[in-house]
Write a protein of this length. Structure first.
Ligand code: PRP
Length: 211
């Protein structure tokens, strides 16, 4: 039998919806639900293997061809770019990129160069470049909302899902940047070499519908 088709899933926020999608496709994901600390998981009734990784690493593994497919947020795709195919929108993990700042503060007032904290420097740079606005960008790894609260930044560019994190920290959306959702991506060579299997999978995804 041909080696298993290997698919990299993003740990965390997208994980549950992704595994549920695989189950709706008819795959037995028991090993994934019961993974413990294991990172490479077989799907027992299919020639499929699941790898769990951080979002940026999903793209890296797919780009390098050690995973044939990946499921990752459009936020990471826009930020990282790279050489892979984006095959379809899976319809879950819906949120928005937004510029946010302290509630009641007019972000665009004043002439000084604004400081923007973000986990997504490329997205932020592109957003402000389109406005012709010069900003300083500071890369933050998590809980970006802290940066304006601590006085490090005037605003943040981050993902907003429910808006609870902003609300509970006295911040508000200044402007939405772009909608985001989970995407299926493929390694360029895998897409040629394992075209039938991948096309069958996409067809199945279309049949079960997006959530
Ligand atoms: C994301 C994002 C916001 C929060 C938004 O962080 O960076 O902090 O979720 O979600 P909400 O609008 O539903 O409140 P995540 O939980 O991925 O963790 P991180 O901040 O450590 O990256």
């Amino acid at each position: 039998m041909e080696k298993p088709l290997r698919i990299a899933l993003t740990k965390g926020r997208l994980e549950k919806d992704t595994v549920e999608l695989l189950e709706r496709l008819g795959f037995d994901c028991t090993a994934v639900w019961e993974k413990g600390r294991r990172l490479i998981l077989p799907v027992s009734d299919a020639n499929l293997e699941v790898v769990l990784a951080k979002a940026n690493d999903v793209i890296t593994y797919v780009e390098h061809g050690v995973c044939d497919l990946g499921i990752v947020g459009k936020d990471t795709i826009i930020e990282m770019q790279g050489n892979f195919f984006e095959l379809c929108d899976l319809g879950f993990g819906k949120c928005q990129f937004a510029l946010a700042a302290k509630k009641g503060v007019d972000f665009y007032s004043g002439f000084g160069v604004k400081c923007i904290a973000t986990k997504y420097p490329n997205v932020a740079r592109h957003f402000f470049a389109n406005k012709g606005m010069d900003v300083d960008i500071v890369k933050i790894e998590g809980s970006v909302e802290l940066a304006p609260l601590l006085g490090l930044a005037d605003g943040i560019v981050d993902i907003v899902e429910t808006g609870v994190t902003l609300r509970e920290n006295g911040l508000e959306v200044v402007e939405y940047v772009t909608p985001i959702s989970a995407r299926l991506i493929a390694n360029t060579v895998s897409l040629k070499m394992r075209q039938t299997e991948i096309e069958t999978l996409i067809q199945k995804i279309e049949e079960v519908g997006s959530k």
